[in-house]
Design a protein around this ligand. Structure first.
Ligand SMILES: C[S@@+](CC[C@H](N)C(=O)[O-])C[C@H]1O[C@@H](n2cnc3c(N)ncnc32)[C@H](O)[C@@H]1O
Length: 194
């Protein structure tokens, strides 16, 4: 029950960012949307440890203009936006959220959202910096799958491609995120709810 084909989503990105031709997604075998985004450094960013690289959010959102209910899990310093819900455990005062909750136990019913963006701690060391422990990726991915409606999307930003249940999610995209020299390279994995 996908609403728009991946090739059309890639076209929407190209139309939104004609100035970044190197970042245009390509669609392989009609099933995989791939891209590499070199975002560059941003010293005007939120300053929050591990915050989204510059331009990450507008680029991702350009792929999903049809979204109706969006959830941000591990929202950190993200500002509020209409129609979007932010969830974080809020271990430190710099984080903000609409709902304080653990990503492993989201306080929402099944099939509540059609787009979920997740930006977990990438390691135990990262988690320590937030004052949390490293949650099991599989447990969080499964919990997100529960609150996604069929045909809905999850975009998971991490240093690894997370484990998931093939009965629940279908992997449909891989976007490499390169910030600058000497920064960790991240991967946004895109899943569609079956
Ligand atoms: C990589 S940061 C997210 C940064 C965010 N993308 C931004 O741009 O500011 C990870 C966030 O996960 C939160 N967190 C850690 N463990 C969590 C858990 N089990 N449930 C919910 N949030 C958690 C931390 O408080 C931290 O804000």
């Amino acid at each position: 029950v996908d609403r728009l084909p991946l090739s059309y989503r890639a076209k929407l990105y190209r139309d939104t960012f004609p100035q970044f031709p190197d970042s245009w997604p390509w669609v392989e075998t009609g099933r995989w949307l791939n891209a590499i985004w070199v975002t560059g450094n941003d010293y005007r960013g939120s300053g929050y440890y591990g915050s989204y690289p510059r331009g990450y959010l507008p680029r991702v959102l350009s792929l999903f203009p049809d979204r109706v209910r969006t959830l941000h899990v591990f929202s950190g310093s993200l500002p509020p936006r209409p129609g979007e819900v932010r969830v974080d455990l809020l271990p430190n005062p710099d984080a903000r959220a609409d709902v304080k909750a653990d990503a492993r136990h989201l306080p929402f019913g099944d099939r509540t959202f059609d787009l979920v963006l997740a930006d977990p701690p990438y390691s135990s060391l990262d988690a320590e910096r937030y004052g949390t422990t490293m949650p099991s990726r599989l447990a969080v991915v499964r919990e997100i799958a529960r609150v996604l409606e069929p045909g809905g999307y999850l975009v998971w930003l991490d240093l690894v491609r997370p484990m998931y249940r093939k009965s629940e999610l279908e992997g449909v995209g891989l976007i490499g995120i390169v910030r600058s020299t000497n920064h960790r390279v991240r991967l946004a994995t895109i899943f569609r709810r079956r």
